[in-house]
Design a protein around this ligand. Structure first.
Ligand SMILES: Cc1ncc(COP(=O)(O)O)c(C=O)c1O
Length: 393
């Protein structure tokens, strides 16, 4: 069979990383590869109760088609939460999404013509690179340091290329774990307004802080409406319900809602109603505190094990939150090749190469610390240490 796929999909390479990672499904493999929350911490009882309450209420609207914008009670909960964190939004700024990933796709759909420029961090979230790539965007890689995006470099890019979008993960970035400092957030919001370019602030990890001081989201510095904020319930509640949201200027929300109609009409009413019931009746903040405590312990344990087992040639950061540690190996180490050796030792990570828009760095890797147990972290990092020692010889 030879389906006549669209030209933009013909360029999509079959990923050897995906092929190797398939092997991690084998029994006994400890995987630090996925970006998964800890399933044993899911709020099972509360979610079960929330679903049962819906059925017991006797109003079957939660099983009916509904508006594209989403469940009013859920939108209002989100607007209040965002306002507490410093943003100025009302319910009319919120559109419920089928996962925040859908927001990336819809932004691509409403904003990008083939060849349009999109600024991304270098590295950036793989799912965003794939998504904008499918709309035939051209990437501009902006440099970053430990305090976030280099805004002088960003301004140079804006002047030279007039990109349509800037995509940034300012808080506990995936994959690097870096958080943009407050001053840069302020300046980035000003830059967006001055150059009249939309900035997508992708913030699925913002509530998962384990150390350091809270910083308001970029959206909180957005006076003129150029920040399009993507939020998610995947990391603070459960990913399986596929619920997220976008908060943006009403003009952007209207275009996104129109695009969403073509994608899925609306996000599942059942899931929205159940989550809303959970959020309003079951103390979701206490749940977030519980997972933060567990993830902090896992982060600290993984860092301590890395200190003990990894060769001194490797460098890594100490993230204040989120789910990832980013490791840089000496130039000569190819982390895609090394993954094969790691999987032989029954341990896995994600090679860094796919997070770079131009796939031009092959000596980095990402480790996830939220999904593995303490025993798995101790054993897995010890195994990885042996693999890295051999590679650095
Ligand atoms: C930076 C980033 N954006 C978006 C997503 C997608 O999240 P969701 O489950 O809300 O679609 C993820 C998932 O890991 C992510 O890391």
């Amino acid at each position: 069979m030879e389906p006549r796929f669209a030209t933009r999909f013909k360029g999509m390479k079959s990923s050897i990383i995906r092929e190797i990672l398939k092997l991690t499904a084998q029994p006994g493999v400890i995987s630090f590869a996925g970006g998964l929350p800890a399933p044993e911490l899911f709020p099972l009882t509360q979610l079960k109760q929330a679903h049962m309450t819906l059925f017991d209420k006797g109003d079957s609207a939660f099983l009916q088609y509904s508006t594209t914008e989403g469940d009013p009670s859920l939108r209002s909960w989100i607007a209040q939460k965002m306002n507490r964190q410093g943003s100025k939004v009302t319910d009319s700024n919120i559109l419920i999404l089928s996962g925040s990933q859908q927001g990336l796709d819809l932004m691509g759909k409403i904003m990008l013509d083939p060849g349009d420029y999109v600024v991304v961090e270098n590295p950036s979230y793989l799912g965003a690179i794939q998504c904008f790539g499918a709309y035939e965007a051209q990437f501009l890689a902006v440099e970053s340091d430990a305090q976030g995006m280099d805004l002088d470099h960003l301004e140079e890019l804006l002047k030279q290329y007039h990109p349509k979008l800037i995509y940034v993960i300012p808080t506990f970035m995936n994959p690097t774990g870096i958080t943009m400092i407050r001053e840069r957030r302020q300046r980035l919001a000003e830059i967006a307004a001055r150059y009249q370019v939309l900035v997508i602030e992708d913030n699925p990890y913002g509530d998962l802080r384990y150390s350091g001081e809270d910083i308001p989201p970029l959206k909180a510095f957005d006076e003129a409406g150029w920040v399009v904020y993507l939020g998610s319930f995947s990391k603070t509640a459960v990913p399986g319900m596929r619920l997220g949201w976008v908060a943006a200027d009403p003009q952007v929300i209207a275009a996104l809602a129109q695009a969403k109609q073509g994608a899925d009409l609306h996000t599942a009413t059942f899931a929205q109603a159940a989550l809303s019931e959970y959020l309003h009746q079951h103390n979701p903040e206490a749940h977030v505190e519980r997972i933060k405590k567990a993830y902090k312990e896992r982060r600290d344990l993984m860092l301590a094990c890395m200190e003990k087992h990894f060769p001194k040639e490797l460098k890594w950061n100490r993230p204040d939150g989120g789910m990832f540690i980013w490791v840089t190996c000496p130039e000569k180490v190819d982390t895609v090749e090394l993954l094969k050796k790691a999987v032989e030792q029954k341990v896995a990570y994600v090679p860094g190469i796919s997070f770079f828009p131009f796939e031009d760095h092959n000596n980095c890797l990402r480790l996830n610390f939220s999904n593995a147990s303490n025993t798995q972290i101790e054993e897995g990092i010890c195994r990885l240490g042996q693999v890295f020692h051999a590679a650095c010889k």
